[in-house]
Write a protein of this length. Structure first.
Lengths: 494, 208
């Protein structure tokens, strides 16, 4: 039996300090352990919400994965025009903040108001699929990149459509894992379903913690966490199996299929339409030019001020997740990823109640607690990226690195080889942090620039024009980030 | 044999790969010697080498390297702690580093000097290639480059799995000459080959 390497668990320290200790402290104080007759009543009364949450999350995870699989297979299995642009457009619906996405979807379907047409589970599923399909696509593109060169060449000798179906079948196991991960990420989702008027378990927990019986809120959270934790532990496959391989970067031999180009062009329409709606809404009247200019400038300054922190938080989280995966620590990965499964407001509230008074007044104006909460919230993305990255390296390369001293093998070989997976994961993390509202609402210091929060508030007060301007700035920032990742890949493929 | 200590000793070694048990295998490799493990496809040559290197769990039996037991201790001995240099059957060059950088990385803890690495590269006819990354080498060159990386390290035991598979007669001869020189300097070599017509001692594996 492999001995537990305690020194390799240092990435867990921020999660323990920033999540588990505050959660444990506040949960016990709020009476989570005081089970009585009301506890079972609370659970029973929440069963309808739990079932609704699971239904929305499951449907959204399945459809997002299906869409992501089609996108990934088409992108990786054919060559065609403007592929870099199409990839950026496919990723755009994830890089635009959820509130702007919801507003635009509702605008397309028939209402410009915030809580109107899309007021049911179908609306929630549509918005969640639009937002998370790019993540599924990115994950499956990463998995497709792991095809061994010889298999890739053999695929290119097949007729185009048969090759595409063979690729899709080859990716089916990874797609199942991707759907599982998305399900875990979507169970705690609350913002997009709330725009569709669907109550989720996260919202109920948040409501109980803030205005209701806090103990009941913690019990609901625990009931939500335990089955997920058990399922995760048993479903997490063994690390370092032999499925790693290399890839062939060239596009020589890939077929050009007109129908696939058409399909990809159609898939880009939602993102293009979304951007057009934002531009149309943001377009100022002649009398508003100077106001609009200063709002856009304010948005740019907000994004530029906030983005270094978002990049730092996402980078540290992904590196910590990778380090745990590289050490082969299944328990560590589980502990690291679990905070993602709980509502973001839960960790933020616990951190606020337990640690706010401990922060020296001198540091009050810095978003330390907010960064800590967001770091913990990104756990599953870091863990998933680390898990995938630990499999990207071919076994022969991995084995060779084991003959070096541990630090050299880890940081000079395996870490650098994992960067093609870790950098896109960091971009996803940055997008999540930049669009995050729950923890920001609770923990952002007064006057801290938070474009997503500002956007959320503007939409709440139905200031659609100013909201669209800030959403455009955020979308442009996201598109630039995506281009930074896509451009080198595109260069290698041509 | 130098000082009576064996470079490698396997006693009744059994390893399991999938549903198949391989072994028992026993052998003694003295310092400065070369032994070849031969066998048909699937006989378990690579598995035995991987078990010696610490890349595959041992089912039973013992492995001692330079007199130090690898299997009896409760504390597992990691691959990098075994004093081994490794050349696997599949290409394991790291694509993000040049050949030279990889050799220097492996040679950091008491391995060959930069001059010695260059001299060996010249002998292996890849001197003008070692500033390149692996993607720019042919199959045979990549195999010789990986051998160069293995020989650059400080480990006294070389485990080489099919080191001639991508070589023509001249390439094979140059590698054999290099291995002979290394053995004269006190290193020991265990090879896995399909067949061996040389003068080396041979251990034959047969999967039941």
């Amino acid at each position: 039996m492999k001995k537990l390497n305690v020194s390799g668990l240092w990435p867990l320290i921020p999660v323990i300090v920033g999540f588990y200790l505050p959660i444990g402290y506040v949960a016990i104080q709020d009476g989570m352990l005081e089970f009585g007759g009301n506890s079972s009543d609370a659970l029973i009364s929440s069963i309808a919400v739990i079932i609704s949450t699971l239904r929305v999350a499951l449907l959204a995870a399945l459809f997002a994965t299906l869409l992501g699989l089609v996108d990934a297979v088409c992108l990786v299995g054919t060559r065609g025009p403007a592929r870099a642009f199409i990839v950026v457009m496919l990723l755009a619906t994830f890089l635009i903040p959820p509130s702007a996405l919801a507003s635009a979807v509702q605008g397309v379907i028939g209402s410009s108001t915030l809580r109107a047409t899309v007021r049911d589970e179908l609306g929630a599923v549509v918005m969640l699929v639009l937002r998370w399909a790019p993540v599924a696509c990115a994950m499956l593109l990463g998995a497709a990149a792991m095809w061994p060169s010889e298999q890739e060449r053999a695929l290119r000798s097949l007729p185009p459509w048969r090759a595409l179906f063979t690729r899709a079948r080859g990716l089916s196991r990874q797609a199942a894992r991707c759907a599982g991960l998305l399900l875990l990420l979507l169970i705690p989702a609350s913002e997009l379903p709330s725009y569709a008027g669907v109550e989720t378990i996260s919202q109920r927990v948040h409501a109980r913690l803030t205005v209701g019986d806090a103990g009941e809120g913690w019990q609901l959270a625990l009931a939500m966490l335990i089955p997920v934790a058990i399922a995760l532990f048993f479903l997490l496959p063994r690390l370092h199996d032999s499925s790693r391989s290399t890839r062939d970067n060239s596009i020589t031999g890939l077929p050009g299929v007109g129908q696939v180009d058409l399909l990809l062009a159609i898939r880009s329409i939602p993102a293009i339409a979304l951007i057009c709606i934002l531009i149309f809404t943001a377009w100022p009247r002649a009398s508003e030019l100077s106001t609009a200019g200063s709002e856009i400038l304010g948005g740019v300054i907000g994004v530029l001020t906030e983005s270094p922190r978002a990049i730092l938080v996402a980078t540290i989280s992904v590196i910590c997740g990778w380090r745990l995966a590289d050490g082969g620590c299944r328990w560590g990965l589980l502990l690291f990823g679990l905070p993602t499964v709980l509502p973001g407001s839960l960790g933020a509230l616990a951190l606020l109640q337990s640690s706010r008074s401990l922060v020296p007044p001198l540091l009050d104006e810095y978003p330390l607690l907010l960064s800590m909460a967001q770091f913990c919230k990104l756990g599953a993305i870091g863990a998933a990226a680390g898990f995938v990255a630990s499999r990207v390296m071919p076994p022969a390369e991995h084995n060779s690195s084991l003959f070096l001293a541990p630090a050299a093998g880890r940081w000079r070989v395996r870490f650098l080889r994992s960067l093609p997976v870790l950098i896109p994961a960091i971009v996803i993390g940055v997008a999540v942090v930049m669009g995050e509202v729950e923890a920001t609402l609770i923990l952002a210091p007064p006057g801290h620039p938070a474009p997503a929060l500002e956007l959320h508030q503007l939409l709440h007060f139905r200031n659609d024009e100013q909201a669209a301007r800030i959403a455009l700035v955020l979308a442009t920032f996201g598109a630039l980030l995506a281009t930074a990742v896509v451009a080198p890949v595109a260069r290698r493929r041509t | 044999m130098q000082g009576g200590v064996l470079a490698l000793e396997l006693v009744e070694l059994i390893v399991t790969r999938g549903r198949h048990s391989i072994g028992p295998v026993s052998l003694q490799l003295a310092v400065g010697e070369q032994i070849t493990v031969v066998g048909r496809n699937g006989a378990g040559k690579s598995s035995v080498l991987q078990a010696i290197a610490g890349l595959l769990a041992v089912t039973s039996g013992t492995i001692s390297i330079a007199g130090r037991p690898m299997t009896s201790s409760s504390e597992p001995v990691e691959p990098w702690q075994r004093g081994i240099e490794w050349l696997g059957q599949d290409r394991g060059l790291w694509p993000h580093l040049s050949i030279e950088a990889q050799c220097h990385l492996c040679a950091r803890d008491g391995g060959k000097s930069p001059d010695q690495i260059r001299k060996m590269a010249r002998w292996l006819q890849i001197e003008d290639r070692i500033d390149r990354r692996p993607a720019f080498l042919s199959g045979g060159e990549a195999q010789r480059a990986e051998l160069l990386r293995a020989v650059s390290g400080a480990g006294d035991l070389l485990l080489l799995d099919e080191p001639f598979s991508a070589q023509n007669q001249e390439g094979r001869q140059r590698i054999e000459d290099l291995l002979d020189k290394e053995c004269q300097q006190g290193r020991s070599v265990l090879l896995a080959l399909h067949q061996d017509d040389s003068q080396r001692e041979v251990v034959t594996l047969d999967l039941d």
